[in-house]
Design a protein around this ligand. Structure first.
Ligand code: PLP
Length: 388
């Protein structure tokens, strides 16, 4: 086995989830997905496609009609991208995670230096490591209010001409931190000078709770030119309740598209056609699905976070984006142990912050994407009793 592979750490979230196996009544907030089923019309589109016999291999880069629909969708959300050759700069991927891996395969050689803003969803660090790259973490830091922030000067100083790739996820899983448009512009300008690629994970762009004209978090696509060294990862998982479908897409510079097609051939060959047909329907009715979902998630956030803030000894900020509350219990620094004990002793399933980076050891991530806000309050109640 390659050293880079044997050095990979197992998932600490799984470690906590395993603690809950066979235990009745555990409230599971540990994974990053809603407990809501995909809307029926999307499921029906997949079934119709299967009935039509669409069971064959298809285009590496995705169905032309889906790439066209994604181009329209992208240009609508990020008007500066209109007229910048979009369908040809898009690839349909088998989920956001596959898109991230493809991006790493496209730009990284063994030994390359990668700068990653952390804490972050562990795959974003593991994938460059699998490629044999060296990852340097630039940590976000929690402020007095529990909200995490970036030291922009520190990040820019870390990115030098030796840095092949910057990996950044905002809105951020787990901390809810978001990048401002000014920070994105500064990062983009700096990376143009150093020749560094940016891999921007924007799978949570639609799950944004501050009012904006396009309903999205600030995006690198709002400032980028087509041929910038920028790859943006998107996914149907979070904004269309389609985690199990494994479908996402990449926006990239035109010079990368052919290579991406080849890489897709060698990874998965293509995304399943019936899943892409379902995605076409999802996009066609995006204005129905996503805003309703975001309104509900905002209710979830506004139910959970104040209830947590009311508990003594809990530090937690109101996240602007994503679907996680990131909290710290004073005096409890071993979050993996705390997370396991919460499962065993309180029937409450949270993810340990250390899964997302050493700077988040001591924190716990609570996914608030729950159909029933009563479950969130029941969870807070269990935490309260456990703290006593
Ligand atoms: N990026 C981030 C930051 C995530 O949190 C996730 C999933 O939790 C993904 C990417 C991948 O999502 P998917 O592969 O389901 O599209």
């Amino acid at each position: 086995m390659r050293n880079a592979v044997s050095a990979l750490e197992g998932s600490r979230i799984r470690e906590v989830a395993n603690e809950g196996l066979g235990r009745e009544g555990v409230l599971k907030f540990w994974f990053g997905e809603s407990d809501e089923v995909t809307p029926a019309f999307i499921r029906e589109a997949a079934i119709a496609s299967l009935h039509e016999g669409e069971t064959f291999y298809a285009h590496n880069l995705g169905l032309p009609e889906l790439r066209a629909a994604l181009a329209t969708y992208t240009a609508r959300l990020h008007p500066t991208q209109a007229g910048q050759g979009l369908p040809d700069r898009l690839a349909v991927t088998s989920g956001g995670v596959n898109g991230l891996m493809l991006a790493c395969q496209a730009v990284l050689d063994a030994g390359d230096e990668v700068v990653a803003v952390t804490p972050v969803w562990p795959n974003l660090v593991a994938q460059p490591l699998i490629m044999g790259a060296q990852v340097r973490r630039v940590p976000l830091r929690p402020g007095v209010d529990g909200a995490w922030g970036l030291d922009l000067a520190e990040l820019l100083a870390a990115i030098t001409p030796r840095t092949r790739l910057l990996v950044v996820n905002a809105p951020n899983n787990p901390s809810g931190w978001t990048l401002s448009a000014d920070e994105q512009r500064a990062i983009l300008a700096h990376c143009r000078q150093t020749g560094t690629w940016i891999l921007a994970d924007e799978v949570y762009e639609r799950l944004y709770y501050a009012p904006t004209a396009n309903g999205c978090a600030p995006s690198f696509l709002d400032h980028a030119k087509a041929d910038d060294r920028l790859i943006v990862t998107h996914s149907f998982s979070k904004s269309f309740l389609m985690t199990g479908w494994r479908l996402g897409w990449l926006v990239m510079p035109p010079g990368l598209t052919d290579a991406m097609g080849k890489l897709i051939e060698f990874n998965t060959s293509c995304a399943p056609v019936f899943v892409q047909r379902a995605a076409l329907q999802a996009l066609a009715r995006a204005d129905e699905v996503t805003p309703a979902l975001v309104a509900h998630l905002k209710t979830c956030r506004d139910t959970l976070v104040p209830a947590l803030q009311a508990l003594p000894g809990i530090e937690v900020a109101t996240p602007l984006g994503g679907m996680y509350a990131f909290l710290r219990i004073h005096g409890q620094d071993d979050c993996l142990d705390v997370a396991k004990r919460l499962v065993r002793e309180a029937g409450l399933g949270l993810a340990p912050g250390s899964a997302f980076g050493p700077e988040a050891a001591g924190w716990l991530r609570w996914c608030f994407a729950s159909r029933d806000t009563g479950r969130l309050l029941e969870g807070v109640d269990r935490l309260k009793r456990w703290l006593r």
